[in-house]
Structure formats: C-alpha cells, structure tokens
Design a protein around this ligand. Sequence first.
Ligand code: DC
Length: 661
Amino acid sequence: MDFLDLPQLVTAGGSVRLPGSKSISNRVLLLAALAEGETEVRQLLHSDDTARMLETLRTLGVRIATVAENTLRVSGVAGVFPVRRADLFLGNAGTALRPLTAVLALAGGDYRLAGVARMHERPIADLVDGLRQLGAEISYLEEQGFPPLAIAPPRAPATPRSLALDQAAAEVVTLRGDVSSQFLSGLLMALPLRAVATTVEVVGELISRPYVDLTLATMARFGVSVRRDGSQRFTVAADSAYHSPGVVEVEGDASSASYFLALGAIGGGPVRVAGVGRDSLQGDVRFADALAAMGATITFGADCIEASAPATGKLRGIELDCNHIPDSAMTLAIVALFAEGPSTLRNIASWRVKETDRIAAMATELRKLGATVDAGDDFIRVWPPLKGQGLRPAVIDTYDDHRMAMCFSLAALATPLRINNPQTVAKTFPDYFACFAKLTQPVPVVAIDGTSASGKGTVAARVAAALGWHYLDSGALYRLTALAARRAGVDWHDEAGVAAIAAALDASFAGGAMTLSGDDVGDAIRSEEISAGASLVAAIPAVRAALLFRQRAFRRHPGLVADGRDMGAVVFPDSLTKVFLTAAVEVRAERRHKQLIEKGIAANIAALLRDLRERDERDSQRSVAPMQQSADAELLDTTNLTIASAVGQVLDWVNKVSEQG
Ligand code: DC
C-alpha cells in the first residue's frame, strides 16, 4: 500500500496495550546474547529494528529460540561470539548498528557492518574515535565518519597506561556526547568485554540522558553496575561480565505511548496506555508531563498512563527543552497545531541525524497542513493556523521515518489527510494504524449512489442541509475534469492527458458556486455534451485515482453526504449509511427533459432516453468502480416518490443507524 487516507476524526478514547519498547528490546537482546546463561525475554517488540538485531545475533552464532508469541529464549555466549567473521546488514536500525559496532570492535573478529543508504548518512565517527582509543581496528569502507565499516580484531592492548602505574586505576577513553547518546550507550555496553577497568569521559554536553540511564539500568539487570561520577564520567570495573537474570520483561514503548496520549489530549479522551507507567525506565514517559504543561489532564498508574483533553477545553502552546524526550518531542510538534499560541521545542539537534533530517521534514509537512513554522539547527517553532482557518487536507510524506507517519496521523483530528508510505511504522510499531483506528471515531458519511438523473443530487443536497452536514457532488468533479480537458484541448480518450488534468483541477466549490480556474461553470458542466464527456473520463482508472483524495477531503466535521456512483463502495467504504437511488429510466428521462426546458435549453425526450441508457450501460460496465448497488446499501426507487418523501426515507435510515451506534 503506497498511502493511507485518514478521515477527519471526531473524538478519540479507549485503551491500548503498547508494543514492547524498541530501545529496551534491542538492549536486552544484545546483553542476553553477551551474557553467561539463558535469558527468557518477554513482551519483546516485533519490528524491523528488532528483526535486524535478532538476525545479526543469529549470524554471529547466538542461539535464539521462540518460546511463545513475543517471548524468546536467548542462549548467551559469555562474551565470545562463535562466528568470528561475518558480513552484517543492519538496515536503518541505529539501536542495532551503534552498539554492535562497539561490541564487535572489542570482540576480536573480522566483521563488516552496513545498512540502508540513510544509515550510511548517519554519523558514527565519535563512537569510532572512542573505540580506537581502546585499540579497536575500524575502517570506513566508503565515506570517512559514516558506515559501512570494517572491523578487525583489536590491537593487543599494550600494557595499559594506567595499569602500569596503578592496578586500581582505569584506562580512560574520551567520547563526544552531543551528537547521539547511542555512542555512549554502545560503548558502555561493550566495555565488559575488556578485562581491564575503563572510564568513559564524556566531552561536551551529553544529550538524551534518559537513554543512557536506560542503558545503565539494563546493564545492571545483567549484573554489571557502572560507576558514575556526575553525568560526564562512567567507569566499568575490571572483570565485569554479564550474567543472565533468567527472565526479562520488556516495558511498553514510551515513545509509542506519546501518540495515544496525544490523541487523548486532543481528541477528548480519556485514552489509557498500558505497558508503561510512573516507574518506567524510559525517559520518554516524561512526554506526559509536557502534555500536562500544555493543559491536558494526565494520570499516572504503576503500569499505565491516561490522558484527556484539558478541563478548560483548550491546550496551550509550550516552550520546552526537549533534550530528555527527543523522539516523542515530534509528537509535541503536532499537538502544537491544536494549541493556543506558538510552541517552541528546543535542544533537538539530534533530530537531524535520525531516520531522516526530522527538523526539515517536520517543517515541510507541517506547512502543508497550514501551520507556520520556524526552524533552526536545534529548534522548531510551530504556530497553529489562524483562528477560523483550521488545518487543510494535505498529502504527508513520511521520509521512511516511522515517527513521521505516526505523529502526523494525529492531525486527522483536524482534517482529512493522506499519509504516504504508511508501512514505515513497521520499524517500531507494525500494528500502529489498527490501534489508532480502534481508538478514534471518524466523521460520519452518508453515501448516496445511483443512476444518472435519478434525483440523487437533489436528495443528497437536501439530506445534507437537514443534517447540517457538508455535501459532495462527486459527479461534478468528473464533469469539471471533462470540461477542463475540453478547454485545454485534451481529447477525452487521452487517458494520461485527462488524468493530469484531473490531478491539477483548479476547481472551487465555495459558497455553492462552482468555478474552474475562477470562471463560474455551474451551468456549463451540466450540458449534455459535458455529461457524455464526464461519463467517458470517469471510466479512466487514472482519473479516478487522481480524484480519490480530493473527494475524501470533503469529509469534514460534523459529517458528509456524498452522492455519485462509488461513494459507498470505493471512496467512503466505511459510510454509516449507504443508499442506492434509482428510478425507471423513462421517468428519469422525463425529469431531465423538464429540468432542461425550465432552463430554456432545447431537449428531446427520445434522445435523452437513449443517452441515459448509454450512460447507465457505460457506468455499470466499466472495469473500475462500476456503478452497482453494494450489498450493504439500501435501495431507494424514486419512480413513484416525491423528493420530500425520498429525503424523509434517507433521514430515517440515518437516524436508525445513529440510534444503533
Ligand atoms: O452524477 P453525475 O451525473 O453528475 O455524474 C457525471 C458522470 O460522472 C457520470 O457519467 C458518472 C460519473 N461518476 C462516476 O463515475 N463516479 C462518481 N462517483 C460520480 C460520477
């Protein structure tokens, strides 16, 4: 699937169990592999990143067995991988490539580590520089400072400097801490492979501290305690070694929690996430505090967090140093769209070296929705759209970044949107959109499909007026396309040419008037000639594809009544009420004849009858989205009905559904 169209949502509420944390899953897998003894890992995350780690560990000779769904048994190798020479592919998994680089550099084998193109653009020089101080033999295979890497066994440690002087002192390695905390985490996890004590001295500010805390906590679970002096010096004692704790239960992913908590804060709530809570090891649970600072109502339990909209009804903009919540801060940038006043997220330079340049990506996509954005090297500031303007429908690109797809889904609480390449969520949360759908209620749709001149347009417009909902005359889009093609001199049989016209249609429906490139064309698109052209261009699959999102973008709060041929079957398959409206063809020809005569247009019943039959035939026989009554649609034959009674019948069906709902 290349895209996912999200309807505008009315509310969000409910509860969800989080998938296992990516950061904890990959740390636990690595340490379980390095440990002595067997470890049963429960609630493990299934995702691209963990798959890369598992694959690599197996390639290195680690035995890993599946015990149950989400539970694996890892037979530790006590610090010595059986396979001493291997080519490893880590995809775009920083949580796998970084620590494995450190571990393999000290493990004493010959290895190559590579990833996808984006992984080869993500810096690793600081980690390599640190490891080289310990005798590691690492070379860059392409660009200096970036993967892919070749690793050879480390140089036999010359008598370590410090040991010669004092047995108790540690060797010191300096490491920059301001590009990615994964370098420090990776190095620390690798140090127990050395026989001697080692101190890491962090140079410069240490970013994303909570991830380092998570590393230390995970190491402690495997029996290695790291001595820490302030936040700049970390010492691993001589002869440290990992020992299996037997069973490890992986916490839910706190970054994933951010999307659902935000849903609760924006969409009413309460939304409850289970799997993380008050005592979580993950820094990203502090995202909930940021939401609270924006006015949301947040409650922490031991193993859950709950979020609801502010009691006052309105979220406030926030100004926040996001160093401690780098990943979930992206979610705040979306929440900012729903707040009063601007929001400024600072200290987020690490966004630039993640799955994509996240500062640039966020700025570009937020602007598509109508937000004003200011961005710099290490900050982003977001102003929500002006009062009364709302967000506008947009096609959001996700840059192969799971978090782009997940955080932008929240904008659906304000506008319909299309998310390109949604399967990127598989990196950390394969079921994300299924969970999202369970917690949200879309804006309702009444789909009224049927034959030409059956009166469905009139009925649909009146039903919309009675409900106070929006109205989409989808046939008008095909008529506009036919007219625009004619004006541009593009033949109706030129499929690619007409599809390009449909994709770029400069049409507006503001205030009931229909314009094409500024001209009022309300009457022009109703001529018999354009009707015939519309039926022709509507049979072109590329034209239908080009108009799909445009039609879905009409689904705005509080509801939509849409008429056409495939509203219920294709465009809005989740419509609450589906109606198939028709009338005997002779009656339709008479009605059309009367309409034309009233407008002062000459008309001939026999010709109209022939045209209608031809159009019915073409609309119902075409290969894509043929006109037909779908199994879940109510049939409404208006041959003997007045408009008022047809409208009454549709409203009865709508009310019946909403009573049941
Ligand atoms: O409803 P209408 O007569 O204005 O539609 C004009 C043409 O567009 C008609 O030939 C059928 C086609 N159409 C379609 O294929 N799918 C729709 N959803 C709406 C109209």
